[in-house]
Design a protein around this ligand. Structure first.
Ligand SMILES: *[C@@H]1O[C@H](CO)[C@@H](O)[C@H](O)[C@H]1NC(C)=O
Ligand SMILES: *[C@@H]1O[C@H](CO)[C@@H](O)[C@H](O)[C@H]1NC(C)=O
Ligand SMILES: *[C@@H]1O[C@H](CO)[C@@H](O)[C@H](O)[C@H]1NC(C)=O
Ligand SMILES: *[C@@H]1O[C@H](CO)[C@@H](O)[C@H](O)[C@H]1NC(C)=O
Ligand SMILES: *[C@@H]1O[C@H](CO)[C@@H](O)[C@H](O)[C@H]1NC(C)=O
Ligand SMILES: *[C@@H]1O[C@H](CO)[C@@H](O)[C@H](O)[C@H]1NC(C)=O
Length: 478
C-alpha cells in the first residue's frame, strides 16, 4: 500500500510539472504583422527559386512516346495575393492559406523522339494556385519549440503553355495533353516544397539554445515548460525563466508561482515575468558569491564630512580612536541571504539583508577586525516604460543597523544607522534615481525592436505589452 502511494505521489509531482516563470503571448495583431513580413519574404524568395529540370514522356497514339525535358525554368512574374494566417486550435498551431496565386515562368524545352531531337523555348503561366498549410507547434525533450507540417493541400487552377521554336507548331496542338500532366506535376511539387521549408525552419529551431550565459558566473535557462497553448486569438508560450549559478547549477529553494497574464489584443505581444525570475537571478548572484563588495575611503566622496577612518568614527564609536588611533578603515559588505524581490501592484519591493565587517588598516597593511554589523534594508521601486525607455525610481523604506559582534566592545548603533541611511540616500540612491529617471533604452536585437511598449507591475509578476518592429535578414527571421 505505502510503496504504491509513494509511486503515485512521485508520479503526480513529476506530471504536474513546473509553472512557467516567463509567459510570452502572441496576439492576432502580432500574427498578422508576422504574416505581412512573411509574405514579403516569400515574394522575394519566389523570385530567386531555381527549378530542377522536369522530364517525362508522353504517349501520343500516332507518334508513340515522346520524351521531353524542361530546363532553366525561371519565374518571370509572380503575384502573391495577401495570404491568410490564423491560429488553428485543431492542431495547436497555425493555418496559412494563399488563394489565387499566379506565376509566369519561362524556360527551354527539348524533346527526344527516337533519334529526332528538337528544342526551343516556352512560356508557362500558372493561374489560381490555392495552397493551404497547417503547422503544428510542439515542444521537444529539451524544451525547444518545434514545428511540423500537419497538413497541406495544393490546387492549380489552370496552366497555359506557349512553345516557340523547333517543331513546336507540330505539338502545340497537343498542349492540352501536356497541360494536364504539367498541372498535376506542379500541384504534386507544391506541398513537398512547403514541407521542406517547414523542415528547414524546424532545423533552425533545433539549433537554438535554451540556456544562455549572462556573464561568466550566471546563466539563464529558458526552455518551454509546457506545450504551446493555441487559442482562437492567441498563442501562449510558458518558459522556465530561471537564472542559475554556472558553478553550482543549483535550483533556488523556492518555486515559480502560477500567474495569469492578461491578454491585450491591441498589442502584438504580451510578456509576463514572474517574481521567481528576479528572485532566481538574485539567488544565482548570491550563490556565485557576487553579492559582496569591499569599501575603502577612496570610495567616499572627498566632500563627505565623515571618512572611513578611526578618528572620523570617534563620535559614533568613542572607544575606537582610543584603541586604534588615526588608522584608515575598510568595510567588507556582503549579502547574508539572497535579496528577495516582491512584485506588488504598481511597485517592486526588495529586501536586502547584509553584513558589514569593519577592519582597521594597520600601517603594515594588515587588516585588524573591529566589529560586525547587520545592515538590513528594504527598498521599493517603480518601473515604467516611457518613450521606449525603461525608467523608474527607488526609495529606501527601512534601514536598521544592529551590532552582531565586536572586537572593540559594545556601542550604540542609532547614530551610525542615521549616518549610513543618509549616506545611502544621498550617495547611492540619488545617483541611481538620476540614471533611472533618464532611463535605459529597451533591449533590442539586431533584427527586432519593441515599440509602443507598456509595463505594469502586478501581484507576483511584471507584464509588458508591446508591438514589435522586425527587419527580416536575408536568411529569414533568425
Ligand atoms: C534574391 O536574389 C537577390 C539578388 O541575387 C538578392 O539580393 C536577394 O537577397 C535574394 N533574396 C532572397 C530571399 O534570397
Ligand atoms: C549555443 O550554445 C553554444 C555553447 O554555449 C554556443 O557555442 C552556440 O554558438 C550557441 N548557439 C546559438 C545558435 O546561439
Ligand atoms: C495555472 O493557471 C492556469 C490558469 O489560471 C491554469 O489553467 C493552470 O492549470 C494552472 N497551472 C498550475 C500548474 O496550477
Ligand atoms: C580621517 O578623516 C578625517 C575627516 O573626517 C580627516 O580629517 C583625517 O585626515 C582622516 N584621517 C586619516 C588617517 O585619513
Ligand atoms: C602589522 O602590525 C600590527 C600592529 O602593529 C602587528 O600586530 C602585526 O603583527 C603586523 N603584521 C605583520 C605581518 O608585520
Ligand atoms: C524596519 O525593519 C525592522 C527590523 O527589520 C522592523 O522591526 C520594522 O518594523 C521595520 N519598519 C518598517 C517601517 O517597515
Amino acid at each position: 500500500m505505502l510503496p504504491s502511494l509513494v509511486i503515485v505521489l512521485i508520479l503526480t509531482t513529476f506530471t504536474c510539472g513546473e509553472n512557467p516563470a516567463i509567459q510570452v503571448m502572441l496576439t492576432n495583431k502580432g500574427l498578422q504583422y508576422g504574416k505581412h513580413l512573411g509574405a514579403g519574404w516569400i515574394q522575394d524568395k519566389l523570385g530567386n527559386i531555381t527549378f530542377p529540370d522536369i522530364s517525362g514522356g508522353i504517349h501520343i497514339s500516332i507518334f508513340g512516346t515522346i520524351h521531353y525535358t524542361f530546363t532553366g525554368v525561371t519565374i518571370v512574374q509572380c503575384d502573391l495575393p495577401e495570404p491568410s494566417v490564423q491560429f488553428y486550435t485543431d492542431v495547436t498551431g497555425f493555418k496559412t492559406s494563399v488563394s489565387g496565386l499566379s506565376i509566369a515562368l519561362t524556360g527551354k524545352w527539348r524533346t527526344d523522339y527516337g533519334f529526332i531531337h528538337d528544342g526551343g523555348s516556352f512560356n508557362l503561366a500558372i493561374f489560381n494556385v490555392d495552397v493551404t498549410s497547417a503547422v503544428e507547434l510542439g515542444k521537444d525533450a529539451d524544451g525547444r519549440l518545434s514545428v511540423t507540417s500537419a497538413s497541406c493541400t495544393a490546387e492549380v487552377g489552370d496552366v497555359r503553355i506557349d512553345f516557340h521554336g523547333g517543331a513546336s507548331w507540330i505539338f502545340q496542338p497537343f498542349v492540352d495533353h501536356f497541360k494536364g500532366r504539367i498541372r498535376g506535376q506542379i500541384e504534386d511539387k507544391i506541398c513537398p516544397a512547403v514541407e521542406q521549408y517547414i523542415g528547414e525552419f524546424e532545423h533552425q529551431l533545433q539549433a537554438m539554445n535554451v540556456s544562455f550565459p549572462v556573464n561568466q558566473a550566471v546563466a539563464v535557462d529558458i526552455p518551454l515548460t509546457n506545450l504551446p497553448l493555441v487559442a482562437a486569438s492567441s498563442l501562449s508560450l510558458g518558459l522556465k525563466g530561471e537564472f542559475y549559478s554556472i558553478k553550482s547549477h543549483a535550483d533556488p529553494p523556492f518555486k515559480a508561482q502560477n500567474f495569469t497574464l492578461p491578454e491585450q489584443p491591441g498589442y502584438m505581444l504580451s510578456l509576463g515575468l514572474s517574481e521567481f525570475t528576479a528572485n532566481s537571478a538574485s539567488y544565482a548572484y548570491f550563490s556565485a558569491g557576487l553579492l559582496q563588495a569591499l569599501i575603502d575611503d577612496s570610495m567616499i566622496p572627498p566632500s563627505s564630512p565623515v571618512h572611513l577612518n578611526t578618528t572620523s568614527m570617534g563620535p559614533f564609536i568613542p572607544q575606537l580612536p582610543k584603541l586604534f588611533p588615526d588608522l584608515l578603515m575598510k568595510l567588507q559588505v556582503y549579502a547574508r541571504e539572497a535579496p528577495v524581490f516582491s512584485f506588488q501592484p504598481g511597485a517592486v519591493k526588495l529586501g536586502f539583508l547584509a553584513t558589514v565587517k569593519a577592519f582597521a588598516v594597520q600601517p603594515n597593511a594588515t587588516l585588524t577586525p573591529l566589529f560586525k554589523l547587520n545592515a538590513d534594508s528594504a527598498f521599493s521601486g517603480k518601473v515604467l516604460v516611457d518613450s521606449g525607455r525603461l525608467k523608474g525610481s527607488v526609495a529606501m523604506d527601512n534601514f536598521t543597523l544592529t551590532l552582531a559582534s565586536s572586537e572593540v566592545g559594545t556601542f550604540q548603533t542609532a547614530a551610525l544607522e542615521n549616518l549610513v541611511k543618509t549616506g545611502i540616500k544621498m550617495g547611492v540612491l540619488s545617483k541611481l534615481n538620476e540614471k533611472l529617471a533618464e532611463g535605459f533604452v529597451l533591449p533590442r536585437m539586431h533584427y527586432a525592436q519593441l515599440v509602443n511598449a507598456v509595463l505594469k507591475v502586478e501581484e507576483g509578476f511584471v507584464a509588458v505589452w508591446s508591438d514589435a518592429e522586425v527587419w527580416p535578414t536575408e536568411s529569414g527571421f533568425n
